[in-house]
Design a protein around this ligand. Sequence first.
Ligand code: PLP
Length: 370
Amino acid sequence: MTAPAPVDLRSDTVTRPTAAMRRAMAAAEVGDDVYGDDPTVLELERRIAAIAGFEAAVYVPSGTMGNQLAVRCHTGRGDEVLLDADSHIYVNEQGAVGALAGCLAHPIASERGAIAPAAIEAAVRDPSDDHVARVSLLCLENTHNRHGGSILPLETLTTIAAAARGRGLAVHLDGARLWNASVATGVAIRTWAAPVDSVMMCFSKGLGAPIGSVLAGRADFIRRARRVRKQWGGGMRQVGVLAAAALHALDHHVERLAEDHARAKRLAAGLGGEGVRVAEPETNIVMIELLAAPLDRGVLLAALERRGVRMGPSGPRRIRAITHLDVDDAGAERAIAAFRAALGEALAGGASPHPEHGPTTGRLLPSAGL
Ligand SMILES: Cc1ncc(COP(=O)(O)O)c(C=O)c1O
């Protein structure tokens, strides 16, 4: 008898395209997108612009490229960019704000992604002073990855964006998982996007496409982003085969995110135990803090792996489990049973850390940022 496939909760990026998605990809009409000839990409971009309530949108290979195009196109070299100290753009994009846009990243501590308007006020500099950088952009994130998929409430987002725009800043929203915020709250994507100047959204996370993200904004801004995308080597050709996966996901995989949210709540309720604290998830990310001194992140992850369950590190004393398209109710129950057994073993000072997960205090591994 072959062992069942592991329950992989490391990230919602691990999903594989469904048979129906693959059929949609195979049937896609394509053309050279750099020439503007790919009808499937054009349809996706038009559809996203309408969903987000913006004039235009550009399809990009990754969320990182979408975010960094936004930073680059909202700013000039030497400008300062305000962002949450725990944001993906600041923590997990390899310093690209400096490396690609030539800007100074100014991290600000937030309350679950909510940057206080007073902190924005304090960070904005006098534009007539030739000694200081021009502060030109604020970046927000919703849902917030490192805050456990938390939702930045609409009124809070609106207030923060208004404070920044009132001081002449553009506002970009990293909405890699804005779909989750929309489904969890019933608030439409265009309503979330209304207070900001641009939004990036991913198809390759909860929506289950193999690749792809989109940046939406004003037509002139997206025109600039399209030029820089080409400069950065992101001009793609018969990429309708991939855009078709995104269109399929929009038709079939958005509303079902509610199932991921329900399973995350079920997981959180079942994962609690001695030595750990599990936060109540708002969407599809469950954060498990390791409280007891003998608990080692690597040991616990290894004990889980041996039981056919994968979770990921998210900080030296924190583990993350993310629900997605490829995790059903049975998978969630398997994960809970495995976690209880692994926790018992790890508390008793069980086996050695899994080599992929590294020591408790070591550097964070790639999966931590996804
Ligand atoms: C909040 C957030 N923004 C951006 C990204 C980057 O997306 P990608 O991995 O497609 O570059 C991620 C990836 O997980 C993310 O969680």
